[in-house]
Design a protein around this ligand. Structure first.
Ligand code: FUB
Length: 448
């Protein structure tokens, strides 16, 4: 039997995530996701244990190596759309870049699709319209926007469940310059279109017919169809239910992102909409069709594109795995109460908290080169916590132990250090938490 580290587990553990939307900016892959609230963040006491969708804000993550991801917290929330009619329904977004600006297309379930604009992928995002970009008030079909700008500069938006719609966007990316076209049904289409062009072929990835949804796709010679069903990228399986593709090329590889319940299944198999995003590499055949991939758990872990440099500031919220830990933006408590959320904040420092004995942060492929001598971690604590540094497994050789002591407040950060020995070459690094007392928050660490 293969353990958690031998299979392709979800990318993020500090929050439940869904609806992955990749965006490559320079050498960084940003991934915008929806956020399925954890029970403690659902404000209605009667709903904490229920199976439905509780979605209030959208999250951002980034990587340069495809296995160690840095969390950036909420980039926007329902609060950024003052015209919304519900305090739930922050469904699947896509963010695209154009002319130095970032456009975040967001469905507010039951209230159409809006758009936010920012000067940076981290935000802050602002609503330039004050109203939905599209909204057919006779139904709730207007979800899951996907935007692609073609080589001639014409941008298109696709969206919809259970029908597929498209419209042309103006050069401002915030207006429609055509009517809305409802396409003839594409076989197996349910929702979550992901519209893009690659090597002259147009693609529409999508979540295939519910339930269980899988990842299907269609191809066309034109940005407006007709679309031909080409098969599954990943076949349906009873191990999954809802799904939603995000597809991109990055550093010479092609990837599909999707969602599953594999993280929640570590705690319960009772159905709740507590989803998690996974990724896998895909390959294209010469005719442009996509080689089908097995279900996430039947795959090897993702391949790392380059080693992590530990001799520079590494955020505590950078990790390959951190099950049981929580994260927050400094000065902004996690809460599902939309009224208490800040307007889109832009980039902010984050911290990791809720450390318990036996939990750990795993970093994959850390290159210690000729050898590290010292480990420094910046933390705040009302108690204490031992951070034991181990190589290659949770029980691997110890290379040092840093003791975090009380700083008097969870807001007051200090540096704690440990002597390090026998850490050279490339290893997975485990920051293992033991003897935890009180509340400890981790900001960043580095080796010297
Ligand atoms: O995440 C909420 C909804 O579930 C999305 O909008 C759909 O694509 C499905 O993933």
């Amino acid at each position: 039997m293969r353990g958690l580290e031998q299979v392709n587990m979800p990318l993020f553990q500090t929050k439940f995530t869904a609806d992955p939307s990749p965006l490559v900016v320079g050498d960084t892959l940003f991934l915008y996701t929806s956020h399925d609230a954890s029970p403690e963040d659902i404000p209605d006491e009667n709903e904490k244990g229920s199976a439905g969708f509780f979605m209030y804000d959208w999250l951002l993550w980034s990587t340069t190596d495809m296995v160690n991801w840095t969390e950036h917290g909420a980039v926007a929330s329902l609060k950024d759309f003052p015209w919304r009619s519900r305090e739930n329904g922050a469904w699947a977004i896509q963010t695209v870049a154009r002319n130095g600006k970032y456009y975040l297309y967001a469905p507010l379930h039951g209230h159409g699709i809006g758009v936010l604009v920012a000067d940076s992928p981290y935000g802050p995002f602002k609503d330039p319209l004050g109203k939905p970009l599209v909204w057919d008030q006779s139904n709730w079909f207007d979800i899951d926007p996907s935007v692609y700008t073609d080589d001639d500069g014409q941008a298109y938006m696709y969206w919809g469940n259970p029908h597929t719609y498209w419209a042309k966007l103006g050069n401002d990316m915030t207006s429609l310059t055509s009517g809305v076209t409802k396409l003839p049904h594409i076989p197996n289409y349910q929702e979550g279109p992901w519209f893009y062009k690659r090597h002259g072929h147009y693609y529409l990835g999508f979540a295939s017919t519910c339930c269980p949804e899988a990842l299907g796709y269609a191809m066309s010679d034109s940005p407006t169809g007709p679309w031909e069903w080409k098969g599954y990228i990943m076949k349906p399986t009873p191990r999954d239910r809802g799904n939603h593709p995000g597809i991109c090329d990055y550093k010479g590889h092609s990837y599909v992102f999707g969602q599953n319940y594999d993280l929640m299944h570590l705690e319960t198999f009772v159905h709740h909409e507590r989803r998690s995003v996974s990724a896998t590499e895909i390959t294209y055949h010469a005719d442009g069709t996509i080689e089908e991939v097995p279900y996430w758990l039947d795959q090897q872990p993702m391949k790392q594109l380059h080693w992590l440099n530990p001799y520079q500031r590494v955020e505590a919220e950078t990790m390959a795995w951190g099950f049981g830990l929580k994260s927050a933006k400094m000065g902004i408590p996690n809460t599902g109460v939309v009224a208490d959320m800040p307007a889109s904040t832009g980039k902010r420092n984050m911290y990791i908290y809720d450390l318990n004995d036996g939990e750990y942060i795993r970093l994959r492929g850390v290159d210690f080169k000729k050898g590290a001598k010292q480990f420094c971690i910046t933390a705040a604590s009302t108690g204490s916590c031992a951070v034991t540094l181990r190589l290659d497994s949770q029980d691997g050789p110890v290379i040092g132990t840093a003791i975090i002591k009380s700083t008097g407040s969870v807001e007051k950060y200090k540096s704690f250090s440990a002597k390090v020995k026998d850490a050279a070459g490339v290893h997975d690094l485990y920051l293992c938490f033991e003897k935890t007392q009180g509340d400890t928050r981790l900001d960043w660490w580095e080796f010297r």
